[in-house]
Ligand binder design. Structure first.
Ligand SMILES: [Cu+2]
Length: 169
Protein backbone atom coordinates (compact mmCIF):
# COMPACT_ATOMS: atom_id res chain seq x y z
CA UNK A 1 0.00 0.00 0.00
CA UNK A 2 2.82 2.45 0.73
CA UNK A 3 4.01 1.81 -2.78
CA UNK A 4 0.70 3.13 -4.10
CA UNK A 5 1.06 6.32 -2.03
CA UNK A 6 4.58 6.89 -3.28
CA UNK A 7 3.49 6.45 -6.89
CA UNK A 8 0.55 8.83 -6.48
CA UNK A 9 2.65 11.49 -4.77
CA UNK A 10 5.24 11.28 -7.51
CA UNK A 11 2.60 11.50 -10.22
CA UNK A 12 1.33 14.63 -8.45
CA UNK A 13 4.81 16.14 -8.42
CA UNK A 14 5.16 15.24 -12.08
CA UNK A 15 1.91 17.12 -12.74
CA UNK A 16 3.43 20.22 -11.10
CA UNK A 17 6.45 19.96 -13.39
CA UNK A 18 4.43 19.56 -16.57
CA UNK A 19 1.97 22.34 -15.78
CA UNK A 20 4.84 24.78 -15.26
CA UNK A 21 5.98 24.21 -18.85
CA UNK A 22 3.05 25.25 -21.01
CA UNK A 23 2.08 24.15 -24.47
CA UNK A 24 0.69 26.98 -26.58
CA UNK A 25 -1.67 26.03 -29.39
CA UNK A 26 -0.94 28.72 -31.98
CA UNK A 27 -4.18 30.55 -32.82
CA UNK A 28 -6.11 28.75 -30.06
CA UNK A 29 -8.91 26.44 -31.17
CA UNK A 30 -8.76 27.76 -34.74
CA UNK A 31 -5.13 26.79 -35.07
CA UNK A 32 -2.66 28.08 -37.67
CA UNK A 33 -5.16 29.71 -40.05
CA UNK A 34 -5.33 32.90 -42.15
CA UNK A 35 -8.48 34.04 -40.34
CA UNK A 36 -6.76 34.35 -36.95
CA UNK A 37 -5.40 37.69 -35.75
CA UNK A 38 -2.11 36.42 -34.32
CA UNK A 39 -1.12 39.78 -32.86
CA UNK A 40 -4.11 39.80 -30.56
CA UNK A 41 -3.70 36.07 -29.89
CA UNK A 42 -0.17 36.62 -28.49
CA UNK A 43 -1.06 39.87 -26.70
CA UNK A 44 -2.31 38.28 -23.46
CA UNK A 45 0.14 35.38 -23.36
CA UNK A 46 3.59 34.91 -21.94
CA UNK A 47 6.03 32.46 -23.46
CA UNK A 48 8.74 30.97 -21.29
CA UNK A 49 11.84 28.93 -21.87
CA UNK A 50 10.76 25.27 -21.80
CA UNK A 51 7.31 26.01 -23.22
CA UNK A 52 6.24 24.56 -26.53
CA UNK A 53 4.41 26.01 -29.52
CA UNK A 54 2.04 23.74 -31.42
CA UNK A 55 1.13 24.56 -35.02
CA UNK A 56 -1.97 22.70 -36.25
CA UNK A 57 -3.01 23.28 -39.84
CA UNK A 58 -4.27 21.78 -43.09
CA UNK A 59 -2.15 21.00 -46.15
CA UNK A 60 -2.90 24.52 -47.46
CA UNK A 61 -0.36 25.92 -45.01
CA UNK A 62 3.11 25.34 -43.67
CA UNK A 63 5.39 26.89 -41.06
CA UNK A 64 8.55 28.80 -41.90
CA UNK A 65 10.69 30.18 -39.11
CA UNK A 66 12.35 33.46 -39.98
CA UNK A 67 15.65 34.73 -38.63
CA UNK A 68 15.01 38.44 -38.20
CA UNK A 69 12.48 41.14 -37.49
CA UNK A 70 13.21 42.55 -40.97
CA UNK A 71 12.37 39.27 -42.70
CA UNK A 72 9.26 38.98 -40.52
CA UNK A 73 8.04 42.48 -41.33
CA UNK A 74 8.62 42.19 -45.07
CA UNK A 75 7.49 38.53 -45.29
CA UNK A 76 10.87 37.60 -46.76
CA UNK A 77 10.71 33.79 -46.77
CA UNK A 78 13.92 33.47 -48.83
CA UNK A 79 16.29 32.58 -45.99
CA UNK A 80 14.30 30.55 -43.47
CA UNK A 81 15.82 29.29 -40.22
CA UNK A 82 13.56 26.25 -40.27
CA UNK A 83 10.66 24.85 -42.29
CA UNK A 84 7.89 22.60 -41.02
CA UNK A 85 5.02 20.97 -42.89
CA UNK A 86 3.63 18.02 -40.90
CA UNK A 87 0.41 19.86 -40.02
CA UNK A 88 1.01 19.18 -36.34
CA UNK A 89 4.36 20.69 -35.51
CA UNK A 90 5.77 21.19 -32.04
CA UNK A 91 8.41 23.87 -31.57
CA UNK A 92 10.29 23.92 -28.29
CA UNK A 93 11.26 27.31 -26.91
CA UNK A 94 14.74 26.45 -25.67
CA UNK A 95 16.10 29.94 -24.99
CA UNK A 96 15.09 33.55 -24.45
CA UNK A 97 14.63 35.89 -27.39
CA UNK A 98 12.15 36.55 -30.16
CA UNK A 99 11.05 33.84 -32.59
CA UNK A 100 9.39 34.67 -35.91
CA UNK A 101 7.08 32.33 -37.82
CA UNK A 102 5.18 32.75 -41.07
CA UNK A 103 3.15 30.58 -43.40
CA UNK A 104 5.15 29.37 -46.38
CA UNK A 105 2.19 29.39 -48.80
CA UNK A 106 2.44 32.20 -51.34
CA UNK A 107 0.59 35.30 -50.19
CA UNK A 108 -0.43 34.03 -46.76
CA UNK A 109 2.23 35.89 -44.80
CA UNK A 110 1.24 39.13 -46.52
CA UNK A 111 -2.36 38.43 -45.48
CA UNK A 112 -1.21 38.37 -41.86
CA UNK A 113 -0.50 34.70 -41.35
CA UNK A 114 2.57 35.26 -39.23
CA UNK A 115 3.32 35.26 -35.54
CA UNK A 116 6.06 36.71 -33.38
CA UNK A 117 6.78 35.15 -29.99
CA UNK A 118 8.87 36.78 -27.27
CA UNK A 119 10.41 34.05 -25.08
CA UNK A 120 11.32 35.04 -21.53
CA UNK A 121 13.26 33.22 -18.83
CA UNK A 122 11.22 30.52 -17.09
CA UNK A 123 12.34 31.46 -13.56
CA UNK A 124 11.98 35.23 -13.88
CA UNK A 125 9.05 36.72 -12.02
CA UNK A 126 9.43 40.04 -13.79
CA UNK A 127 9.64 40.40 -17.53
CA UNK A 128 12.30 42.69 -18.89
CA UNK A 129 11.74 42.99 -22.59
CA UNK A 130 13.82 45.79 -24.06
CA UNK A 131 11.97 47.69 -26.73
CA UNK A 132 8.60 46.68 -25.33
CA UNK A 133 6.31 49.50 -24.37
CA UNK A 134 3.95 47.39 -22.26
CA UNK A 135 6.33 46.88 -19.33
CA UNK A 136 4.25 46.84 -16.16
CA UNK A 137 1.19 45.26 -17.79
CA UNK A 138 3.05 42.20 -19.00
CA UNK A 139 4.69 41.83 -15.57
CA UNK A 140 1.38 41.24 -13.85
CA UNK A 141 0.14 38.98 -16.67
CA UNK A 142 3.21 36.79 -16.36
CA UNK A 143 2.95 36.49 -12.61
CA UNK A 144 -0.73 35.61 -12.57
CA UNK A 145 -0.60 33.03 -15.36
CA UNK A 146 2.48 31.46 -13.81
CA UNK A 147 0.75 31.39 -10.42
CA UNK A 148 -2.37 29.85 -11.95
CA UNK A 149 -0.40 27.08 -13.62
CA UNK A 150 1.53 26.43 -10.41
CA UNK A 151 -1.66 26.26 -8.36
CA UNK A 152 -3.26 23.79 -10.79
CA UNK A 153 -0.21 21.59 -10.30
CA UNK A 154 -0.47 22.03 -6.52
CA UNK A 155 -4.14 20.99 -6.55
CA UNK A 156 -3.25 17.91 -8.60
CA UNK A 157 -0.42 17.04 -6.21
CA UNK A 158 -2.59 17.41 -3.09
CA UNK A 159 -5.46 15.62 -4.82
CA UNK A 160 -3.37 12.60 -5.66
CA UNK A 161 -1.95 12.53 -2.13
CA UNK A 162 -5.48 12.52 -0.66
CA UNK A 163 -6.55 9.75 -3.05
CA UNK A 164 -3.43 7.83 -2.05
CA UNK A 165 -4.26 8.10 1.66
CA UNK A 166 -7.89 7.05 1.08
CA UNK A 167 -6.64 4.04 -0.85
CA UNK A 168 -4.19 3.12 1.89
CA UNK A 169 -6.77 3.01 4.69
CU1 LIG B 1 -1.10 29.66 -44.89
Amino acid sequence: MQGVIVILVFSGLFAVQTTLAAQHMIGGSQGWEESVDFNSWTADKSFKVGDQLVFKYSALHSVVELGSETAYKSCDLGTPVNSLSSGNDVVKLSKTGTRYFACGTAGHCEQGMKVKVNVVSSDSTTVSSPGSDSGSDSDTDTKSSHGLRASIGYVLAVGSLVVGLIWAF
